[in-house]
Structure formats: C-alpha cells, structure tokens
Design a protein around this ligand. Structure first.
Ligand code: NAD
Length: 352
C-alpha cells in the first residue's frame, strides 16, 4: 500500500530505456513524437485522456509520463505516479504551473520541460490576434461569407504610434516587444522582474506594473503563471487601466480574473480582448465539444462580445514548434535514461 492509499507495487523502472505514457495525445503529438522517435529508441504509449489523480493509474508499467499544459499533476496525481514507480515527468511545453513541483521533489521525481521551442510561434500569434481584433478581421470575414460587403462598424485603429505594455519580456515577450517597436513603430512599455538591456537599447521603456497599466492602450501578457502573477489583471488593475484598453493574453488563463474582465467589457472600460488561454480551459480546450452543451457560463458570456476573440490555446501550434517540442522532449527523456544531468529540469526554487 502506498502513501496515497493505492495497492500497487512500485516497479521503479527508472534507469535504461523507459516506456513513456504520453497523456493527452492528439493527432499532431503522435505525428511529431513518432517522427522524432524514428530510430525507435523510446517506447511511446499514446493515451488520449488527460493526466489527473484519477487517470494517473494508466501510467502503470511506464518509467516516465509525458504531459501537456492541461494535465493536472497535483500532489495526489504525483503520489499515484510515485506509487507506480514513475521516475520522470516530461512536460512537452514551457509552462509548469500545472505541476506541484514540491510534491514531485518530495517523491524524488524530476520534472523536465521544453523551455524554448519556438518563441516566435507564440509571439507571432499574439500579434496576429491583436491585428484580427483591432482591425475587426474576424467580423469582416463573417460578413464576407454572407455576401455582406458593408464596411459600417469595421473601423479599426493603426498600431503605429500606440502605447503597448508588454508584461514579461522573456523569450516570447521580447520578440513581441521587438515586433511592436521595430515593426509597427509602437511606443513599447515593459514590465518584468528582470530587465533586458537589449530591449532598453531598442527604445523599450521599463516601467512599474502600475505605470504600465495606467499608460498602455494595449496590454499583452507574456509572464508565467505563478502565485505572484495569478489574477494580475483583476478588477483593481482594470480600474487603473486606460479607458478602452485592449488586453491580449497568450500566456496562461489564470493571469486574468475573467469575471472582472467581463464586467469591464460590459462597462466599456475594456475596449477589446484577444485570448488564446482561459482560466478554466482544462474543461474545454483541445477537445471537440461542438455537439455538447458547454456548462461554463463565464466562458459562454465571453464569447457573446463582438470585441472579444478567443482561440483554444493554439499559439504554439506550428510545424517548427511541434518538431522542436518532440525532439527536446525525447532528448530530455534520453538524458534521464542515461543518468545525465537534466539541463531542462524545473524545480520549486524557480517559482517566485
Ligand atoms: P520566459 O521564462 O522566457 O519569460 C517569462 C518572463 O516573465 C521572464 O522574463 C520573467 O522574468 C518574467 N516574469 C516572471 N515573473 C514576473 C512578474 N511577476 N511580473 C512580470 N514579469 C515576470 O517564458 P516564455 O517562453 O517567454 O513564455 C512566457 C509564457 O508564455 C509561459 O510562461 C507560458 O505560460 C506561455 N506560453 C503559452 C503558449 C501558448 O501556446 N499559448 C506557448 C508557450 C508559452
């Protein structure tokens, strides 16, 4: 009997070639992971179900689990994995907010990730969302399909000269800031706990979070979700923001208090929202629910606004990114199998 009440015998298949349970596997995961494993070095077991405390049992006989953003590796799930003898959690993504790192450490299970697969994929998508929203391209396309060629209501705004606030100027945020500054000629404000001298040299101005909120006409989020950044955009933040502010979030849904955002959309304080992530997305995204009645009233309300566009966490989804994710994930697993240093390990010390 293990500490989590499961009657399983740990096999501890930690060393050597491991069977890998790939949870939440979609068609593109299979395609790119299989291609990266062309030499057959790894035994990949593809599972459609997401990993959580109930489904973790499916990893029985596997030395590693490979997971994505919406697999829920809380203390309970990790306890089950430890009981099964799973010796590695390999994230096929950059963010690791869905893993209880302290619990993994307590069980001696290292967690590895893909820190940088294609920051350009996400940065370009964020800019794409902003352009679609601000130039009302989503509405124009819907009209076109009904032979409605009227331009009434489609007036947009130039990006040139606008003040854009970039929260988080790491790999993705730095590219977004550069595109906005050098490409579009925006005035770019940035907020980060670590400032980039290269961006400052380009004319990006680092300011406090409050100044960024107060002065930006557009705010785009590129920081990780941590206890400190949870609900970074809440009612109080929106209160201080500029009238008609546009909010773009391709980072993590939990950065925004969605109920507060909806209130601010209703009052007109927020002039537009483009989201690729949503707080409760693990109940919705990556699945075809077109025949079902979606029970999330907050999400459904969000979709009713003409000045809101939402995509289902697809900013990463390019051929280049999928190839890089698959290759780095398998390289991380090979390092663990060979007992090499884990260059892409994440630890609880990395969470601020
Ligand atoms: P990164 O680690 O390179 O950059 C994150 C930046 O945020 C760092 O510069 C860090 O100092 C900064 N930061 C940390 N705490 C902060 C705080 N409290 N306030 C302001 N800045 C803070 O990460 P990245 O590769 O640029 O990715 C950014 C985020 O994008 C990830 O955390 C992930 O959640 C998200 N992401 C989304 C997708 C998608 O498909 N939508 C894909 C990849 C990554």
């Amino acid at each position: 009997m293990t500490g989590c009440g499961l009657d399983v015998q740990p096999e501890h298949p930690k060393l050597g070639a491991m069977r890998i349970a790939v949870f939440g596997a979609r068609s593109y995961d299979r395609e790119y992971l299989t291609a990266a494993n062309a030499e057959g070095c790894h035994e990949l077991v593809f599972l459609e179900t997401d990993l959580n405390s109930t489904t973790a049992q499916l990893a029985a006989g596997c030395g590693a689990v490979c997971v994505f953003v919406n697999d829920r590796l809380d203390a309970e799930a990790i306890c089950v994995l430890a009981g099964l003898g799973v010796g590695l959690i390999a994230l096929r993504c950059a963010g690791f907010n869905n893993v209880d790192l302290a619990a993994a450490e307590a069980h001696g299970i290292p967690v590895v990730r893909v820190p940088a697969y294609s920051p350009h994929a996400v940065a370009e998508f964020a800019i794409g969302l902003l352009l679609v929203l601000d130039r009302k391209i989503h509405r124009a396309w819907a009209r076109m399909r009904e032979n409605n060629f009227s331009l009434d209501g489609l007036v947009g705004r130039n990006l040139h000269g606008r003040v854009v606030g970039v929260v988080g100027t790491g790999r993705i945020g730095a590219i977004v800031a550069r595109i906005l500054k050098a490409g579009f000629g925006c005035e770019v404000l940035a907020h980060d706990v670590i400032e980039s001298p290269e961006l400052s040299a380009l004319g990006v101005r680092y300011v406090s979070r409050d100044v960024l909120l107060r002065e930006s006409g557009i705010i785009t989020l590129h920081c990780p979700l941590t206890p400190e950044t949870h609900h970074l955009i809440d009612a109080a933040a929106l209160e201080t923001a500029r009238e008609g502010v546009v909010v773009v979030n391709t980072s993590r849904g939990g950065l925004i208090d969605t109920a507060a955002l909806i209130e601010a959309l209703k009052s007109g304080k927020v002039g537009g929202v483009a989201l690729d992530v949503y707080e409760q997305e693990d109940n919705l995204f990556f699945r075809d629910l077109s025949d079902e009645i979606v029970q999330d009233d907050v999400f459904q309300r969000l979709l009713t606004f003409p000045n809101v566009i939402v995509t289902g966490h697809q900013a990463f989804l390019t051929e280049e990114a999928l190839r890089a994710i698959a290759e780095t994930t398998l390289a991380n697993i090979s390092d663990a199998e060979a007992g090499r240093e884990l260059a892409n390990q994440v630890t609880s010390a990395m969470v601020r």
